[in-house]
Design a protein around this ligand. Structure first.
Ligand code: APR
Length: 229
């Protein structure tokens, strides 16, 4: 059985990483137009790098939780062809044991040169005064994160998984940011069953079933049921 799984910030919430739109979420503390858009980076690159340096320092110490580990168990079972498509920029799915993760919004542990497009691994702070290791340009170094108004990564691959899956599962996402928010309709139109696992129901009627609660409970329980089938 082919299972396409979309995850959002909610699956990493119990690992101590903030969400965006919950009470006290990141977008209640920061103006996303200033720290998560190309225009914001152009206006004040240091402010943008400081924002992601703070997020990277939080993410570097975070540990995978039981929900991440449960999805890795599902992927490891040969009966299932599992595709994890995440909006998250942390590495907790990988830490939890998932082998193949499509980071459609990029990774906090990679840097990108806005000049030449070079991408390289990075776990410490970025600065506006450093040079790109490939083209040596100074002032073009940014986090390899997809900002609002930019095209997400791996969309052809992600869309193919979603169009071909038998079951689409959305975990820990408010389903408010496109194109990811439209994945459930694509899956449903292609004939898949659709399941939402979230702290609160998003209310999207494209979901055939909804289970609410913390991911470390409802994802673990759901995976145990699937593996016991
Ligand atoms: N377990 C399960 N779900 C949870 C938990 C939890 N412990 N805590 C919060 N949630 C749910 C919330 O109910 C909410 O529906 O996770 C969802 C988080 O929603 P958002 O904060 O909007 O995060 P997300 O959906 O990942 O945002 C999508 O928006 O800002 C951009 O690029 C950013 O990738 C992000 C995208």
């Amino acid at each position: 059985m082919r299972i396409a799984i979309l995850t959002g910030a909610g699956i990493s919430a119990e690992s101590g990483l903030g969400t965006f739109r919950d009470k006290d979420g990141l977008w209640t503390q920061y103006d996303l137009s200033e720290v998560a858009t190309p225009q914001g980076y152009g206006r004040n690159p240091q402010k943008v790098l400081d924002f992601y340096n703070m997020r990277r320092r939080n993410a570097v110490d975070a540990q995978a939780n039981d929900a991440h580990r449960a999805l890795a168990r599902l992927e490891a079972d040969a009966r299932f062809d599992v595709a994890v498509i995440t909006q998250n920029i942390d590495d907790l799915h990988e830490q939890g044991g998932t082998q193949t993760v499509a980071h459609i919004h990029g990774s906090i542990f990679e840097a990108l040169c806005a000049g030449c497009g070079h991408v390289w691994p990075r776990r410490d702070d970025l600065s506006t005064t450093e040079a790109c290791p490939a083209c040596q340009t100074i002032g073009t170094v940014r986090p390899n994160i997809v900002w609002f108004g930019e095209i997400p990564y791996l969309m052809p691959e992600a869309t193919a998984y979603i169009e071909e899956c038998d079951l689409f599962v959305s975990i820990g996402t408010s389903g408010t940011v496109y194109p990811a928010a439209g994945f459930v309709e694509i899956a449903k139109d292609a004939g898949a069953r659709t399941l939402e696992l979230n702290l609160e129901a998003s209310g999207n009627r494209a979901f055939d079933a909804v289970r609410t609660g913390p991911a470390t409970q409802i994802v673990v329980d759901w995976v145990a049921e699937v593996l016991a089938e």
